[in-house]
Write a protein that binds this ligand. Structure first.
Ligand SMILES: *[C@@H]1O[C@H](CO)[C@@H](O)[C@H](O)[C@H]1NC(C)=O
Length: 309
C-alpha cells in the first residue's frame, strides 16, 4: 500500500526543520563532548535526571540539559547543573571528573545542590582560564581548595559553600583581582586568614568554618564591600578599626568567635549598615548595653551580646 501523500509532506517538513537547525547551530566540539561524557561516566547515580538527557552527538543541540554553547564556534561555554536545596531525593552520587578541565572555553561552571557529589575539586580546573563563575555549592566535596584556582584570572564569583573542604585559603587567590564574590561558608577551613587586597570585592562569606588568628586589617581596604560574614569561626584579637572604613557595608557579622577588646567606636558611623552581629564573643561594649536586640541611637540593628572577661 502506497503511503498517503501527507505523510511524505510531514517527513519533508521535519527534515527541512532538521537541516535548518543543523545550519544555524554547529554541532558541539568533539573535545568538549568527550569532556562532558567523562563527567557523566563518573556519576553512578543521578536522581535529578539531568544526565539522562546527555545522549547523542550534538551537546549543543539544546537537548543536553544544563549545557550552553557559543553559537558560532560550537564550544561549550556554560555547564549549569542545579539541584534543589529543599528536596533531598534529588542528588548526584559520584565524583567531579577532571575531564571538565578540558572545556577550555568555559565561562560558567555551576554544579550545586547535588548533595552526594563527592571527591576533590580537580586540579585540572586551573586550565579553565576563561571561567568567570565557579559555583560548587552544597555538594559533598572534600580536600583542600586547589592552589591552581589562582590562575583563573577572569573569575568574578567563587562559591564553594556547603561542602567538607579543609585546610587554609590558598594565598594564590590574591591573584584574582576581578573577584566580586567569595563564598566559602559552611566548610571545615582552618588556619589563619592571610587575606590579599582584592580591591573590587563586594561579598565575602567565610562563616561556619574553623578559621583562627586575627581578622586581617586589609579587609578594610575592600571599599566596595557590602556583605562581610566571618561569624562562627575561631577568630581572636580585636575587631580591626579599619573595618569602619567600609562605607558601603550593609551586613557585618562577626558573632560566635573569640574576639576581645572594645568594639571600635567609629562603627557607629557606617551609615549603610543595616545589620551588625557581634554576639557570642568576649567584647567590651561600646553601646552601653549587654542585651540582645536593637540598640537605640544607632542607625542599624545590632545583634549583640557580650561576655565580659
Ligand atoms: C567599586 O565599584 C564602582 C562602581 O561599580 C567601580 O567603578 C569601581 O571601580 C569599584 N572599585 C574597585 C576598587 O574595584
Amino acid at each position: 500500500m502506497p503511503k498517503p501523500s501527507w505523510v511524505f509532506k510531514i517527513l519533508t517538513i521535519l527534515s527541512l526543520f532538521h537541516l535548518s537547525q543543523a545550519q544555524t547551530t554547529p554541532s558541539c566540539s568533539e573535545v568538549d563532548r568527550a569532556a562532558l561524557i567523562g563527567f557523566k561516566a563518573r556519576i553512578f547515580k543521578d536522581t535529578s535526571g539531568i544526565l539522562s538527557s546527555w545522549v547523542g552527538k550534538d551537546c549543543c543541540s539544546g537537548d543536553w540539559v544544563g549545557i550552553q554553547c557559543d553559537a558560532v564556534t560550537g564550544r561549550v561555554t556554560g555547564v549549569v547543573l542545579q539541584g534543589s536545596s529543599g528536596n533531598n531525593a534529588l542528588y548526584m552520587k559520584g565524583i567531579i571528573s577532571p575531564t571538565l578541565g578540558e572545556l577550555k572555553l568555559l565561562k560558567v561552571l555551576v554544579i550545586s545542590g547535588m548533595k552526594k557529589l563527592s571527591g576533590v575539586i580537580p586540579s585540572s580546573f586551573s586550565g579553565l582560564i576563561h571561567l568567570q563563575q565557579l559555583v560548587l555549592e552544597d555538594n559533598s566535596l572534600k580536600g583542600t581548595i586547589p592552589v591552581g584556582l589562582g590562575q583563573l584570572k577572569s573569575l568574578q564569583t567563587l562559591s564553594l559553600s556547603g561542602n567538607y573542604l579543609t585546610g587554609p585559603l590558598p594565598q594564590t587567590l590574591g591573584n584574582l583581582k576581578n573577584l566580586l564574590q567569595i563564598n566559602l561558608a559552611r566548610n571545615s577551613l582552618s588556619g589563619t586568614l592571610k587575606f590579599p587586597n582584592l580591591g573590587s570585592l563586594e561579598y565575602l562569606d567565610l562563616s561556619y568554618n574553623m578559621l583562627s588568628g586575627t581578622i586581617p586589617t586589609v579587609l578594610g581596604l575592600q571599599s566596595n564591600m557590602t556583605f562581610l560574614d566571618l561569624s562562627n569561626n575561631r577568630f581572636s584579637g580585636q575587631i580591626p578599626d579599619s573595618l569602619c572604613n567600609l562605607k558601603n557595608l550593609v551586613d557585618l557579622s562577626l558573632s560566635n568567635n573569640l574576639l576581645t577588646g572594645q568594639v571600635p567606636a567609629r562603627i557607629g558611623q557606617l551609615k549603610s549598615l543595616s545589620t551588625l552581629s557581634l554576639g557570642f564573643n568576649m567584647l567590651k561594649s561600646a553601646f552601653g548595653s549587654f542585651e540582645w536586640g536593637v540598640i537605640k541611637g544607632y542607625p542599624f540593628v545590632i545583634v549583640y551580646r557580650s561576655f565580659l572577661q
